[in-house]
Ligand binder design. Sequence first.
Ligand SMILES: C[S@@+](CC[C@H](N)C(=O)[O-])C[C@H]1O[C@@H](n2cnc3c(N)ncnc32)[C@H](O)[C@@H]1O
Length: 218
Amino acid sequence: MSLFLREFARTRRDTGAIAPSSPWLAKALTRYVVPTPGSPRAVLEVGPGTGAVTRHVRAALDPLDSLELVEANPRFAALLERRYATDPQVRLRTGQVQQQELGTYDTIVCGLPFANFDATTVEQIFRHLLSALRPAGTLSFFAYSGMRPLRRMFTTGAELGTVLDTQAAVERALDAHQFRRETVLCNIPPAHVHHLAPVPGAAPGALAARNARFGYAG
Ligand SMILES: C[S@@+](CC[C@H](N)C(=O)[O-])C[C@H]1O[C@@H](n2cnc3c(N)ncnc32)[C@H](O)[C@@H]1O
């Protein structure tokens, strides 16, 4: 059994997936990890797991760029520690991201299973990550598509209230900060990738400029 599946069986809530992200999902998540020649960029990846997305982030770095990884599961962290121990551009922290004192970043890529957290934790983590972004920075995360109505359908009693509160907390973050959404079909299961900017309701002109800079016309 793969380490990922074993950890899903052990800590289903925190692992939040039965398989690592596909290369297509990793590509969409790392869309805004774009080197800027001559100016070093700082990238943060939260919840790297077994490193399926990390490989794409690392491959996109210039020699002066840096990558910080924050992973709560010590078994995943040990695997990443072995893989990146001799890489001077990668630094790993083991622990929950909401407990970490973060630096400031140009790009944050987040693999956390927000749908499994309570609303207070979701709000705390979004606040923490968005406030760690530099002014033109971006935060990209994913959610499995079609799961929201399914969760509501198959949850009852007091737990339904928790699910609805969590979904509302994610929605509020998207309403205030999302500037682009992508759908990735080639993943198990298919997923939406959400790209957020730190400034709530950023001027449409600023978002158009950001999208043009990254070659996105939408
Ligand atoms: C859905 S997996 C994503 C793994 C990997 N990014 C991928 O896409 O294949 C979620 C990851 O987030 C980690 N995680 C969960 N809660 C966390 C927290 N509060 N802080 C940091 N990592 C966390 C889990 O241990 C797991 O590695």
